[in-house]
Design a protein around this ligand. Structure first.
Ligand SMILES: NC(=O)c1ccc[n+]([C@@H]2O[C@H](COP(=O)([O-])OP(=O)(O)OC[C@H]3O[C@@H](n4cnc5c(N)ncnc54)[C@H](OP(=O)(O)O)[C@@H]3O)[C@@H](O)[C@H]2O)c1
Length: 284
């Protein structure tokens, strides 16, 4: 199995799940020094999705690939062509852009990129599975941990927007299962956590876990835009604001897919917060 995005949030956990299942793992990294962050058993290959031929050594002799695409799109067709020529199966990390819930249906360039890559993969005839997680629980680390660590009020837009944060470990476990076992070809898995929570309630859960009340204060979208400009790409900020605005006062979309694939219920946001509580008290 070749894991791309192996230094990223989901890919790194997929590596661990595959190793735990006794599956030999290859990892694609852009910089050789990234190998130090991976377990010694992993066969590390240097390559870059924007340089399609750089993938050939990693693809030669590989059966299945976990594809994470955060790079510019211009080499996607060439990369998918190389996958089709050299491997049997691909599992692609996408998003729920086809799901009829306003949180997921705001026009944005990431959804376009995901849809394009899905089309490319489908046209090859490769065995494939599309994994579509909703909001990652771990987004809370970038969004709220700095203010919580500093003991500040969490100021954020659209506190009433509901989502069902999915634990990155559940996403990775589903990916590892679809890569390493049969029966998932042609499937399309929308993954959510088990409960609908407003953004303000998610901050409240983190406060409960830390044993203190964290004040939540509504911020205007304009203020959010000016504060986050530069820290996140403009289209991501636009997409988040549109999605949160559309998702206020209606329950999040929930699926049973994590339980159906893994046989265990998805982890709750509280479980995620307990596991990551240290990140809210000291700089990781
Ligand atoms: N956050 C959410 O709530 C959410 C929800 C649904 C779907 N998603 C999707 O999940 C995906 C991101 O997954 P993630 O959070 O696990 O990723 P991540 O933590 O952002 O990591 C990205 C990974 O891709 C690698 N990478 C970037 N550019 C590359 C290139 N040109 N060639 C080879 N590797 C490259 C990075 O390597 P380096 O270490 O070298 O940078 C890193 O390992 C995105 O497609 C996003 O749209 C996110």
């Amino acid at each position: 199995m070749l894991v791309t995005g192996a230094t990223g949030r989901v890919g790194r956990l997929v590596v661990d799940h595959l190793l735990d299942a006794g599956v030999p793992v290859r990892a694609l990294v852009r910089r050789p020094r990234a190998a130090v962050t991976l377990p010694a058993e992993v066969e590390v290959f240097t390559g870059d999705l924007t340089v399609p031929e750089s993938l050939d050594p990693a693809l030669s002799g590989t059966g299945a690939v976990f594809l994470v695409w955060t790079a510019p799109s211009r080499t996607a067709a060439a990369v998918v062509g190389r996958l089709a020529a050299q491997v049997r199966k691909v599992v692609f990390l996408s998003s729920p852009h086809r799901t009829a819930h306003p949180l997921f249906r705001q026009p944005n360039p990431m959804a376009v990129l995901h849809a394009d890559i899905e089309r490319l993969i489908a046209a090859t005839g490769l065995e494939s599975t599309v994994i579509r997680p909703g909001m990652f629980a771990s987004n809370a680390l970038a969004w709220w941990a700095p203010a919580i660590r500093a003991g500040d009020v969490v100021r954020w837009p659209h506190g009433a927007a509901e989502s069902a944060p999915v634990d990155d470990r559940d996403v990775a476990a589903v990916v590892a299962r679809t890569l390493s076992q049969g029966g998932h070809s042609g499937r399309d898995y929308v993954l959510t956590g088990p409960e609908s929570l407003t953004q303000a309630a998610q901050v409240g859960v983190i406060g409960d876990v830390l044993g203190r009340r964290i004040a939540f204060e509504e911020m205007t979208p304009e203020e959010f835009r000016s504060l986050w400009e530069g820290a996140a790409p403009g289209p991501v900020i636009d997409m988040l604001l549109a999605a949160w605005s559309a998702a206020a006062e209606r329950p999040a979309y929930l699926t049973d897919t994590v339980a159906d694939v893994l046989g265990t219920p998805p982890r709750t946001f509280r479980q995620w917060a307990v596991e990551h509580s240290e990140a809210f008290t000291r700089v990781p």
